[in-house]
Design a protein around this ligand. Structure first.
Ligand SMILES: NC(=O)C1=CN([C@@H]2O[C@H](COP(=O)(O)OP(=O)(O)OC[C@H]3O[C@@H](n4cnc5c(N)ncnc54)[C@H](OP(=O)(O)O)[C@@H]3O)[C@@H](O)[C@H]2O)C=CC1
Ligand SMILES: O=C(O)C1=N[C@H](C(=O)O)C[C@H](O)C1
Length: 265
C-alpha cells in the first residue's frame, strides 16, 4: 500500500486528494497536513469532507513520518517549503501547484536530482491528450494560422493564465519551433498593430464555480478548429494525482510529468 501524505489538506484540491487517496485500492491516506498555525490541527478530516476516513485528523505539516509519497497542491510558497521537507526525508513527491515562476522551476529541477517528482499543471487524462492534439493541429495547418488559448476558472483562482493554458501554449510553441516567452501575448490593450501570426494569444475568465475549461483555437482563412477540454469535477485531478503517486513509487530520482505517467510521450 502506498501511504500518501497530502499537504494543504484543507484546500479545495486538498480535500479532494484526501478522498481520492482514501478510496484508491492501492493507496492509503497516511496523513492530511495543514499549516502549523492552522485552527484545524487535530480536527477529524471528515468534519470537512464526509468521504474522508474518520480515523485521520489534520496534522502539522512539519511532522512528516511514515509516508511513501507526498502530494502538494498548494501555493508557490507552500510548495517550496514542502519540497524541502520531501528532499530532507527522501520522499517522492507529486506536485500540482501552478503559478510557479522560473526560480520555483529551478528549485523543482534541483530537488529532482535527489528525489523522484511528478509535476503536472493538469492531472486529467483529457488535458494530457489535448497537449498532444494541439501539437498536431499547430503543425498541420499552413502559415495562414492564428493561435489563441482561452481558459475559464472559478472566482477563487489567483494565478492567470492557468498553468494548463501555459502548458498548452508551451506545447504548441515547441511543435512550431518557437520560444514560448517570445510569442506569448497576454495583453493586447497597448498593442496598436495587426496581430502577427507568430504569436500565441491568451485570454482568461474568472467566475462562479467553474472547475476548469480550456480551448485552443486554430483560426485560418475559411475555417477554425477549436479544441476544448472541460473538467466538471476536481476529483478528476485528484484521482490523476493519486495515480501518479502509485506510478512514482520505486522510480529513480528525476522530474516526470503526467504524460510520463500516462505513457503519452
Ligand atoms: N495540476 C492540477 O491538475 C491542478 C492544480 N491545481 C492547483 O492547485 C493549487 C491549489 O488550488 P486550490 O485547492 O483550489 O486552492 P485552495 O486555496 O483551496 O487551497 C490552497 C491550500 O494551500 C495551503 N497553503 C497556501 N499557502 C501555503 C503555505 N505558504 N504553506 C502551507 N500551506 C499553504 C492552504 O492552506 P490555508 O488554508 O491554511 O491557507 C490551502 O490548504 C493551485 O495552484 C491550483 O492552480 C488545482 C487543480 C488541479
Ligand atoms: O486552480 C484550479 O482550480 C486549477 N488549476 C490548474 C491550472 O492552473 O491549470 C488546473 C485546473 O484547470 C484547475
Amino acid at each position: 500500500m502506498n501511504r500518501i501524505g497530502v499537504f494543504g489538506a484543507n484546500g479545495r484540491m486538498g480535500l479532494a486528494l484526501v478522498e481520492a487517496a482514501h478510496k484508491n485500492n492501492h493507496a492509503e491516506l497516511g496523513a492530511a497536513y495543514v499549516r502549523s498555525s492552522s485552527p484545524l490541527l487535530n480536527i477529524a478530516v471528515n468534519q470537512l469532507n464526509s468521504a474522508a476516513p474518520a480515523t485521520i485528523n489534520f496534522s502539522d505539516e512539519r511532522s512528516v513520518t511514515n509516508i511513501d509519497v507526498l502530494i502538494d497542491f498548494t501555493l508557490r510558497a507552500g510548495m517550496r517549503e514542502h519540497l524541502k521537507t520531501a528532499v530532507a526525508q527522501n520522499i517522492p513527491m507529486v506536485i500540482g501547484t501552478t503559478g510557479l515562476d522560473s526560480d520555483d522551476m529551478l528549485a523543482l529541477q534541483t530537488a529532482a536530482k535527489q528525489i523522484p517528482i511528478v509535476f503536472a499543471r493538469n492531472y486529467s487524462v483529457g488535458v494530457n491528450l489535448l497537449l498532444n492534439l494541439v501539437q498536431t493541429a499547430a503543425t498541420k495547418f499552413g502559415d495562414d494560422l492564428d493561435i489563441e488559448i482561452f481558459e475559464a476558472h472559478h472566482r477563487h483562482k489567483i494565478d492567470a493564465p492557468s498553468g494548463t493554458a501555459l502548458a498548452i501554449g508551451e506545447a504548441i510553441a515547441q511543435a512550431k519551433g518557437w520560444d514560448h516567452d517570445e510569442v506569448a501575448v497576454f495583453d493586447r490593450s497597448k498593442i496598436e498593430t495587426e496581430k502577427s501570426q507568430n504569436e500565441i494569444g491568451y485570454s482568461v475568465l474568472r467566475g462562479g464555480d467553474i472547475v476548469g475549461e480550456h480551448t485552443a483555437y486554430f483560426a485560418t482563412s475559411g475555417e477554425r478548429l477549436e479544441l476544448t477540454h472541460k473538467a466538471s469535477s476536481r476529483m478528476t485531478f485528484a484521482l490523476g494525482a493519486v495515480r501518479a503517486a502509485g506510478w512514482l513509487k520505486n522510480k529513480p530520482a528525476g522530474l516526470y510529468d503526467m504524460q510520463d505517467v500516462l505513457d503519452l510521450k
